[in-house]
Design a protein around this ligand. Structure first.
Ligand SMILES: [Zn+2]
Length: 290
């Protein structure tokens, strides 16, 4: 940990002297690190100004998903959803973060039924009655990033699929209960996993959440198959996504070899995912986008 001198300005951007600001905070982090835990670098902790700018980005993300929620229906292609996302984001002054990200060809991920994530919108994929669809939206506004996803049930969906979608949403609440300063990310992940197991479902292991804010994907990587009291220490200013992918059947997945992106369940059973972006605060958490 790089620390300023006692009388130097604090690293947090408050303008206060270090000894009057984060000195005790850093000492507490160092004690925890000495016990063998992983602590966040100061660069991962968002300042007040950064948080305000990230919230401006999140406004676009939320507006886009609200629009999708109102207009998604059987008979439209996933390319249509891609156009909505692109046009609204650009109109509001943002850039869809997935577009050209590591070569991703579209502005949004649309993942249907047994697609776990990273489904690529296409004119050839038409939503039909009974589908469950994850729409994953990410926004870059002036270099500040937001990211969230929701599930949509198209027309009449089977009770089994509906239960899966509901459980995936509830899993976020179970994880959120553990998001508190001076607890560990592993506490959050374990709460998600225990809940999902109690429903008879499984959590995908290979794909997880991530830090976010000044980059689309920052440290830490966020797993939901974790032990309590492990993983990165949560402290105020840390921002990350909670986005467990919940499989109705077994956890194993595979990646589409042809497009290199889309991930499917190995057993062909459906998968569901909701995603929120959260900030750790002095007394718990704040949801930045949903
Ligand atoms: Zn400070």
């Amino acid at each position: 940990m790089k620390k300023p001198g006692r009388n130097d300005e604090c690293w947090c951007g408050s303008g206060k002297k270090y000894k009057k600001c984060h000195i005790d905070f850093d000492e507490r982090m160092e004690e925890i690190e000495a016990q063998g835990h992983q602590i966040p670098d100061h660069s991962l902790l968002k300042t007040k100004e950064q948080i305000e700018k990230i919230k401006e980005s999140a406004k676009i993300n939320i507006a886009v998903l609200d629009y999708v929620a109102e207009h998604i229906r059987a008979g439209i292609s996933t390319a249509e959803i891609d156009r909505w996302v692109h046009d609204i984001t650009v109109r509001m002054g943002g850039i869809p973060a997935p577009l050209n990200y590591e070569g991703f060809p579209k502005s949004v991920c649309t993942s249907i039924n047994d697609e776990v994530c990273h489904g690529i919108p296409s004119e050839d994929i038409i939503l039909k009655d009974g589908d469950i669809v994850n729409v994953d939206v990410s926004t870059n506004l002036n270099g500040y990033f937001s990211d969230s996803s929701r599930m949509f049930c198209i027309g009449e969906v089977s009770a089994e699929k509906e239960a899966l979608v509901d459980a995936a949403k509830q899993a976020l609440q179970e994880g959120l209960k553990e998001v508190k300063p001076w607890k560990f990310l592993g506490d959050m992940g374990n709460a998600v996993n225990e809940y999902v197991k109690s429903c008879g479902y499984s959590v995908v292991r290979e794909v997880g959440g991530h830090g976010i804010g000044l980059e689309f994907h920052e440290d830490p990587w966020v797993s939901y198959v974790t032990e309590p009291n492990t993983g990165m220490l949560m402290v105020p200013g840390l921002m990350f996504t909670i986005e467990p992918m919940i499989n109705m059947g077994k956890a194993p997945i595979y990646t589409d070899e042809k497009n290199g992106w889309t991930i499917y369940t190995k057993d062909g059973l459906p998968s569901a995912q909701w995603e929120i972006q959260v900030l750790v605060t002095e007394d718990g958490y704040e949801i930045i986008t949903y």
